[in-house]
Design a protein around this ligand. Sequence first.
Ligand SMILES: NC(=O)c1ccc[n+]([C@@H]2O[C@H](COP(=O)([O-])OP(=O)(O)OC[C@H]3O[C@@H](n4cnc5c(N)ncnc54)[C@H](OP(=O)(O)O)[C@@H]3O)[C@@H](O)[C@H]2O)c1
Ligand SMILES: [Zn+2]
Length: 336
Amino acid sequence: MRAAAFTELIGPDGVSLIEQSDPEPGPGEATVDVDACAINRHDLWILEGDSAMVDTDDLPFVSGLDVAGTVAAAGEGADVEPGDRVVLCPNETCGTCRFCREGPENQCERFSLFHGGLAETARVRADRLVSLPDGVDTATASALPTAYMTAYRMLQRAQVGPGDLVFVPGATGGVGVASVQLAAVLGARTVGTSSSAAKLDRLADLSLDHAVQGTDPDELRDAVGAVGTPDAVLNHLGGAYTELGLTLMRRGGRMVVCGRTAGGRSEIDVPDLFLGHKRVIGSTMGTQGDLETLVELVAAGDLDPEVEATYPLAATGDAFAAMQDREAVGKILVTN
Ligand SMILES: NC(=O)c1ccc[n+]([C@@H]2O[C@H](COP(=O)([O-])OP(=O)(O)OC[C@H]3O[C@@H](n4cnc5c(N)ncnc54)[C@H](OP(=O)(O)O)[C@@H]3O)[C@@H](O)[C@H]2O)c1
Ligand SMILES: [Zn+2]
């Protein structure tokens, strides 16, 4: 089978199609013929050599978390059948720690992620497969795992409810659009930012209530503040956006942080934090139950994940170039 492997950690030019032997499922495993695999900034960082997880000794490396397709073969004890249409929950958990026993599983002490979806076939743990109802196609389903699970869990952690105002810095990307769409599903209002007015225009149709174009923190503080006082901030950018969000949000407000695109270090106004009874909460991914909920929302017509573009496996490098160039609104998929 063919795989789009990272053969050099130099950015999009480091992706090559390679031939690999067809995977066979072991006990508890299944092989999935991949219809679509969404890409994430996590993969791009690996490809750019900006991840502690993969270095040149690990090459070629096949990334790709968000697999959707059809079960090709089931190993011994696997509770799936060839022909089942499925989406993978990419969580890899130990099954024995306190969080695996008592939940939530995404806080597992030995948490890691599946990689290997940027290929024609993926070998996965069968109990991580969520079956797809009629009416949820595999391309749509592949958009859900990483971005939508993460945003969904962040909204839960921020206790967002009807009527709340949610601030989403960087509202145009995978997690950003997911945050906006899922906040609307919960009955909340959103204010989101982007460097691009053209991309923000497209978010009006994706239920963003207030769009603020800009990158300068002082200008953003005034413009977002003019919209209202956020009850919650979903922060996947880090950097200067952490202090911006904390300054803007109301007394007792909640900020959930899942990323560092704009920087891995942030300053916090400590007196504002404690005098304002504000909370900063770290969060990573979501649970398989969250993914099942998301599939149900799509099946019910309550959620329509936004897919910007679809690239064939042979053009996986171009998909990463589009992400690097900040062209996309929503998700980018690689398809077979
Ligand atoms: N912890 C977790 O479980 C988890 C899960 C998923 C994602 N994440 C993290 O969340 C972040 C977003 O991931 P993603 O896959 O959604 O990425 P993505 O689709 O590439 O995100 C694009 C968004 O980021 C903004 N952006 C890009 N570079 C920026 C910069 N230098 N300064 C400010 N804004 C910038 C873009 O704004 P413009 O519109 O201005 O271009 C756009 O809104 C990443 O840090 C990722 O690692 C974490
Ligand atoms: Zn565990």
